[in-house]
Design a protein around this ligand. Sequence first.
Ligand SMILES: [Zn+2]
Length: 363
Amino acid sequence: MRKIDMDNLNYCIAQDAGELDHIPERAFIYHIVKQYFSKVPEIKSRKDPKIMVNYTREEIIKIVLEFYRDLDQGMYEQAKRILTGQSEIPIIIYDKDKAKNMRDELETYPRDPKIRWEQKSILVSDKHLTRHHLVQHGSAKIFVPRNGDISDAYYLAHEISHTFDRSLDGVFKANPLLLEITPDCIENIMDYYLQRKGIITRNAVLQRRIEKAKGIRGDYLGTLARIELATLQRDEGNLDEELINEYLETVGYKLSDKDLQWAYRRIMTDRRQIGYNTRYIVADLITSPYFQRLYEQDPKKAVQRLKAFHTNMKEGTPEESLESLGITLDMKTIDRLLDSKAGYVLGLESQSNKDQKSDDWLR
Ligand SMILES: [Zn+2]
């Protein structure tokens, strides 16, 4: 087993503890991540080799516009305004290999470390940038990375959809924990759309969902470890391996050595805030498979619910927002969502074993 830099780990955990004090939903988040490891199995399927088709920037923009036109008039008009430069929000699509230039450019936007993260407006692409960049209210911009394949359509649709559920001119009201729900719903709807249009195959959707389920497990694991260790450090003082191992005997869920090593590394290298990771956890909990099933049963109704969610994110309470998606914010609902996630993950695994190599990734 690799030696862990315990001084550094203790330092990072102490910082996490400070942040956790400011998250009112701490107990709720802890319940979610803890229950996840009691209920949801780990996906073992390996990644299929992808056959990638190249798409130009113009082709991706066209796909995204057609996707939104098919989805909803209001969302289409907003997407069109942004993509044709007629919106107050500029959009910058940058090539991934030029990401360093983008980081330099982002550094020039005003940032004030004293402002708490809830009060900031984030329209920065949350993927592919190594640091958490916050663009202050009023100077929001959308940055979207370009890989040159169909994943660009997802990134672009994702970032644009961040503008649907927040007022850009008023006070930032929405609960930050709910901020990734809209983009995640949009990405999931896009799976069905691209498949229906023959742009990607069923197997591509399956592979995407498997990769996503694996990625989100990392977010759950990192968050669980940070909350547990912050609590342990507060109660017992400086952490060492023996103390952590003793504690893990008592928790009621099982983490492998591999998980634990991974979690330590993540805690020390990925210093993004806990609240930031939690947004993806909350979104994934709701979309996969709850919102997917809603959409499969009745696409029109699912989109109506999503639009009601947008309105409530701007004007209502977090409870009202979630209610418009049909979700009550309580522990019982969380447990039910996690139970169906367990079934969903098992389903992905068995489908992947069945379908392996039966289908090209992309047409
Ligand atoms: Zn996002």
